[in-house]
Structures are given as structure tokens and as C-alpha cells.
Design a protein around this ligand. Structure first.
Ligand SMILES: Cc1cc2nc3c(=O)[nH]c(=O)nc-3n(C[C@H](O)[C@H](O)[C@H](O)COP(=O)(O)OP(=O)(O)OC[C@H]3O[C@@H](n4cnc5c(N)ncnc54)[C@H](O)[C@@H]3O)c2cc1C
Length: 432
């Protein structure tokens, strides 16, 4: 009998944890597992703000799939469409012709992408905060703007360089802003003529509060804390234009800014719409509590791209976060195995434990199992929790080393912006 083929679309939280569990539990020759991802690594996204701030070396927040999934086949490239009817997926390697992959079981876990709005100038001028490349870019960019501001006599250029706008007050936006502002404030002592007060950091949020993941008290405290640091928090405010870096808000404010970070929500990865997957009105793959795609017994889904019923809150769906994605990945793997072996599947059930967020060195906010924490204890909890969750002993140790070195030595303040233009020097040499 042919060995069943399992195809996992996406090697992020759900994909990697599913594959890890299958790798551990599958008997020899019981199934062949293929993981297809755009990158050859899984990104531990909750550590991206710390990577952007230089507290953690960016390479340490990613997990190489080929190293941890030794018994799986890893394909780097893009899944372009998934067919349940034919049990195939169209795979496009980074180069060369596309390939049709057949499967007996499929796991659809391509996560989410930034939810952009049709705001003039946003796509050209803004940047998201979901990938390690964006985190590295932002760190170099912010330090580059401090360099620029310290080197120009032009007040207009300086003002523009020192204005940083973040749109979206969820944990990704608040943590990214909190960490980068903290890093820039710390770095500013090495830049002549720039102090914390010379920089303008602005958080723009459309609704009436930030951090919906924590209670109102904690959210209010966070706003006070950010304002105490001189950060402008503008709730009930919309970005209406960002053309040529000229920011226009709907409260009448207008100014120039060279930095615009967009973290105003996510939407399911559009690859789930390319094929015959059943989708809900938000574009998420319809899932059952067993993490099966509705109407099938061979296709599974979970994570940010899936509408998974939340059994602890009847009628609601699990929110798109890592807390659910990790647990769903494990449950999904067990249910897939049970399906292969003709055993009974178990529904996914997890009550949201709460949220932890860091706002910069020694500052944080947390609400875990109803217990609220702020300041240093919350920050320590954020670090401890995520360190424990970080996959592999190797990465845990490296991150711990980064933090220890960070306590002993000042932060690096060099902008390696030229990383994005590695050929410039060589081209210049060729011209002269
Ligand atoms: C900055 C930031 C901070 C966060 N902090 C927290 C936190 O503190 N706590 C928390 O609970 N959650 C947090 N989250 C949310 C959490 O990271 C996500 O909910 C989680 O990653 C979702 O897991 P997933 O497997 O669905 O998607 P992902 O982990 O995003 O994985 C999707 C994978 O699919 C791949 N992929 C996409 N398209 C294709 C394609 N066409 N073909 C092949 N592969 C593809 C991607 O490359 C990616 O590897 C944070 C997110 C961000 C951005």
C-alpha cells in the first residue's frame, strides 16, 4: 500500500508545530510529510519588537525548518492554489516552472497578511511589522533617521526624519512602537543635538482604546505610560493620506514623517481563496471544532487563516494569536493521526489565558488568567513566557545570551541601512 502523503501549507506556528508533532508521533513509514513555505524558517513573531529594538539578534527569533523537521520534506516557495476536489496544490518554487503536488491529507495554515486600506500613499510609504525582514529594516531605518537628523542643518529635513508614525493600537503596534522608541531614546545620547524630546512618536488608533487584548484599566494605564514618555496616543483617529510622506489625520493634524508603520489589523492569507476551500464572510477557511475543513475528512486548517469555533465562548471564533495557533497545531496533528489510524478525533478547546506585552526595556503590561500586571513584573513575565515558548533549546540559549550581553554592554547603535543596497559599492568601483 502507498504511504499516505501529508502536505502542510505554511511552516509558521501552526505548520511547524503540526509537523513537529507528526514527526514525533508517526511510526516509521506511516506517512510522508511535506511542508511548503515561502521561507525556510518559522518566525517567532512575538519577539519581533525586541529584534527591532536590538535586544535580540534577529537570526535568533527564527527557527530553521530544515534543522528541526529532519524527517519532513521542506519546499521553499509559494503555494499558489489548493484544490480539495483533485487533492492537489499548485506550488511555485522561487525559480523555475510550477509543480503540482498531490496529497492524501492537507493542512492549510498560511496565516494572515496586513489588512491595508485604500489610503493614498500608504502602500508606497508605509511598512508592515510581521516579518523579521521588516523588523531589521525598521531598526536600520530608525537609526538611519537619527544619523540624518544629526547631520543636516535643514530644520525641515530634521523634523521629517525625527517623526515616527505607527497606525494600529493592537499588541503588534504598541510593542513595536514601545520598543523602537525606547531604543531610539537610548541611542539619542550618541547623536549630537538630538534628545528624546526632539523626536515625535505618534500612535494612531481608529477605535476608542488601544490593546483590546487586555482589560480597559490596563489599556488606560498603557496610554498614560506612553504619554509620560512623550509619545502621542491619538485614539478615535484615522489616517487619511500619506502621499509623499505627508501624513494627514482626520482630526485635522498634518505633518511630514519619513516613518510610517502600519499594524492596523490582519486578514487571512489570500491564497486560501485560490481554489475550492469553503470560506466565511471574512475570508477565513471554515473549520470544525476538530480542526477539519468543513465538509471534508482529509483536509485540516487552523491559525490566523481559519475560522475555528471557540468552544469556551459559544457562537464565537478563536482570535488570531499565537496562543491558539500553537495549541491548535498540536491538536490538529493528533486529529490527523487519529484520522489516518481510524481512531476518534478530539475537538479543540482552549480558554484564552490573557496577554503579555513589552513596552521597552523593563516596561510592560500583562493580563493573565484575570491577573493584571504592569511595569517591571509584566515585562519580566513577557520575557519569561516567550522564552519558555520559543522553540528549541538552541534558540532559547542564544536569546538568553543576547539579553545577558544587553545587561552588560550598551546597545548597538549602528544603522546597517546599506544591507538593502549591497551592490552600490561595487557599482561605484566599476564606474570609476
Ligand atoms: C509583531 C507581532 C507580535 C505578535 N505578538 C503576539 C503575542 O505576543 N502573543 C500572541 O499570542 N500572538 C502574537 N502575535 C500573533 C501570532 O504571531 C500569530 O497569531 C501566529 O503567528 C499565527 O500563526 P499561523 O501559523 O496561523 O501563521 P504564521 O505563523 O504567520 O505562519 C504562516 C506561514 O505561512 C507561510 N505562507 C504564507 N503564504 C504562503 C504561501 N502562499 N505558500 C507557502 N507558505 C506561505 C508564511 O511564510 C508563514 O511562515 C504577534 C504577531 C505579530 C506580527
Amino acid at each position: 500500500m502507498a504511504v499516505p502523503r501529508i502536505l502542510i501549507v505554511g511552516g509558521g506556528y501552526v505548520g511547524m508545530y503540526t509537523a513537529l508533532r507528526l514527526q514525533r508521533r508517526l511510526r516509521h513509514g506511516e506517512a510522508h510529510v511535506t511542508v511548503a513555505d515561502l521561507d525556510s524558517y518559522m518566525t517567532y513573531q512575538p519577539f519581533l519588537p525586541e529584534a527591532a529594538a536590538g535586544n535580540i539578534e534577529p537570526r535568533h527569533v527564527v527557527v530553521p525548518l530544515r534543522r528541526v523537521l529532519r524527517s519532513c520534506e521542506i519546499l521553499s516557495g509559494s503555494i499558489e492554489s489548493i484544490s480539495l476536489a483533485d487533492r492537489t496544490a499548485r506550488f511555485q518554487p522561487h525559480e523555475g516552472p510550477p509543480v503540482t503536488l498531490g496529497y492524501d491529507y492537507v493542512v492549510v495554515a498560511p496565516g494572515s497578511i496586513a489588512r491595508l486600506l485604500p489610503i493614498p500613499g500608504l502602500a508606497d510609504h508605509g511598512i508592515g511589522f510581521k516579518t523579521v525582514e521588516e523588523a531589521i529594516h525598521l531598526r536600520n531605518h530608525v537609526l538611519g533617521k537619527l544619523d540624518l537628523a544629526a547631520s543636516t542643518p535643514d530644520e525641515r529635513v530634521r523634523r521629517r526624519a525625527l517623526t515616527f508614525v505607527f497606525v494600529g493600537g493592537g499588541y503588534a503596534g504598541v510593542e513595536a512602537l514601545g520598543e523602537l522608541e525606547d531604543m531610539a531614546a537610548d541611542a539619542s545620547r550618541y547623536f549630537e543635538g538630538i534628545s528624546r524630546g526632539d523626536m515625535r512618536w505618534i500612535l494612531v488608533e481608529a477605535t476608542d482604546r488601544i490593546l483590546p487584548e487586555v482589560g480597559e484599566d490596563m489599556a488606560r494605564w498603557t496610554v498614560q505610560e506612553l504619554r509620560r514618555r512623550g509619545i502621542e496616543v491619538r485614539t478615535r483617529t484615522l489616517l487619511t493620506s500619506a502621499e509623499n510622506g505627508h501624513i494627514v489625520l482626520d482630526d485635522g493634524q498634518e505633518f511630514d514623517a519619513e516613518t510610517l508603520v502600519w499594524t492596523a489589523g490582519v486578514k487571512p492569507n489570500p491564497v486560501v481563496a485560490a481554489g475550492d476551500l469553503p470560506l466565511d464572510e471574512k475570508g477565513r477557511v471554515k473549520a470544525t471544532a476538530y480542526l477539519r475543513i468543513k465538509g471534508t475528512d482529509f483536509a485540516f486548517t487552523a491559525g490566523d487563516a481559519a475560522a475555528v469555533p471557540d468552544l469556551t465562548r459559544p457562537g464565537m471564533f478563536c482570535p488570531p494569536n499565537a496562543q491558539h495557533a500553537v495549541r491548535q497545531g498540536r491538536r490538529l496533528a493528533d486529529n490527523l493521526l487519529a484520522t489516518i489510524r481510524g481512531q476518534t478525533c478530539t475537538p479543540y478547546r482552549h480558554k484564552n489565558a490573557g496577554s503579555v506585552a513589552s513596552l521597552g526595556l523593563y516596561q510592560g503590561v500583562a493580563q493573565v488568567y484575570g491577573r493584571q500586571m504592569r511595569g517591571f513584573p509584566a515585562w519580566a513575565m513577557h520575557r519569561t513566557y516567550h522564552l519558555m515558548r520559543m522553540p528549541t533549546f538552541n534558540k532559547k540559549s542564544r536569546i538568553l545570551m543576547d539579553w545577558t550581553l544587553g545587561l552588560l554592554f550598551p546597545r548597538e547603535i549602528v544603522s546597517l541601512g546599506a544591507l538593502q543596497r549591497p551592490h552600490e559599492e561595487f557599482k561605484f568601483a566599476a564606474r570609476t
